[in-house]
Design a protein around this ligand. Structure first.
Ligand code: SF4
Length: 341
């Protein structure tokens, strides 16, 4: 596991009015990371690169520190009621990244320093649903664990949820940078899920993320620290030999997590999908990608804001669902499948 460090960090002017902004500034000074100013993340200029591919690679090594201005929370079906962002984008470089549809033009990593204002917003959304419990997803616009060694914001958020009666936090990660949050007073109000996949998918498509073994060791630690634990298998891809490879994945998972077999471990299953906008960006960034994105053999599915996604046919999706559900029942009889989509 190699912790990500940016080559350069841009600060929006108001970021330095917040303690977290100052802390990140000092972190960058300490690590001799180039510090630059920008009036807004939209105005970031000067990321080097002779072509689109090089610019993209350098953007992934760029951090922008600012405030979250739009504090209206989006709904986050099916995994939670709402989603909020401590950051946007991530240092990983997955070829299928779900952020390509929305963040394709702005791939630099952004972190937000006005976390107290974000917490106030969370309180308001909890109040609206009282006395019900409200679930919040913290990783739908990026992977906050990937920058936790720089910000410490996730630990603060976990501890904030730790004292909430009616709020629960969920996050998902492909990183193993778990040590900064192991000691957090979570009060079991935060569920940590690890995104895992077949060897073929991880080796071919998940660049600059931690490998499966590192994620499984991190999952073990998380479970031993008393956090509720879950796994997201996404995107499930019907590559050559997919059945054998997903079986091996569950065997390995079982080897690491069998000590927690009596706990309720949750599984979220998400088949591969793509939008036309994402496909265009993926082909620009990864011209030799082996990702299958052939609209002619896929089924159309209408998503949020009427966006068309391409998923597997009904029969193929049902085969995936049945096969993986059987593996879960076999290896984790107490496991709970939260959804397949
Ligand atoms: S780890 Fe997640 S957010 Fe980061 S590049 Fe991969 S899919 Fe995208």
């Amino acid at each position: 596991m190699k912790l990500w460090l940016p080559d350069r960090t841009y600060f929006e002017p108001e970021a330095l009015n917040y303690p977290l902004g100052k802390k990140i500034y000092e972190f960058c000074q300490d690590k001799s990371i180039e510090i630059l100013q920008t009036t807004s993340h939209n105005q970031v200029r000067g990321i080097p690169g002779k072509d689109e591919k090089a610019k993209f690679a350098n953007a992934k090594r760029t951090l922008v520190v600012g405030t979250k201005k739009n504090l209206k929370l989006d709904v986050c079906k099916p995994s939670a009621h709402y989603q909020f962002s401590l950051m946007t984008n991530c240092p990983g470089n997955c070829e299928y990244c779900y952020l390509f549809s929305t963040q394709g033009k702005r791939p630099y990593v952004r972190v937000y320093v006005n976390i107290e204002e974000i917490f106030d917003t969370i309180d308001k959304y909890i109040e609206k649903r009282l006395p019900k419990i409200t679930l919040f997803e913290a990783a739908s616009t990026g992977d906050p664990l990937a920058v936790e060694h720089i910000t410490g914001a996730l630990k603060k958020t976990i501890e904030y949820f730790g004292i909430l009666k009616n709020g629960r936090l969920r996050l998902v990660t492909k990183f193993a940078n778990i040590d900064p949050i192991l000691e957090a007073k979570h009060n079991k109000n935060t569920k940590i899920r690890f995104s895992i996949n077949s060897k073929f998918v991880i080796d071919n498509f998940e660049h600059n993320t931690d490998n499966l073994k590192e994620r499984l060791i991190a999952a073990e630690k998380v479970s031993k620290a008393g956090y509720p634990l879950g796994f997201i298998i996404a995107p499930i891809i019907r590559h050559d030999n997919w059945k054998t490879e997903y079986k091996v994945l569950f065997e390995r998972l079982h080897q690491h997590i069998s000590f927690a077999k009596n706990d309720e471990i949750t599984f979220e299953l998400i088949q591969h999908r793509f939008t036309s906008a994402a496909k265009k960006v993926i082909l620009e960034r990864f011209p030799n990608t082996e990702l299958e994105m052939d609209e002619r053999i896929r089924k159309k599915k209408y998503g949020k804001y009427g966006r068309i996604k391409y998923v597997y046919t009904k029969e193929e999706a049902e085969e995936i669902k049945e096969y993986l559900s059987n593996l879960i029942t076999k290896y984790f009889p107490n496991g709970k499948i939260e959804y397949f989509t």
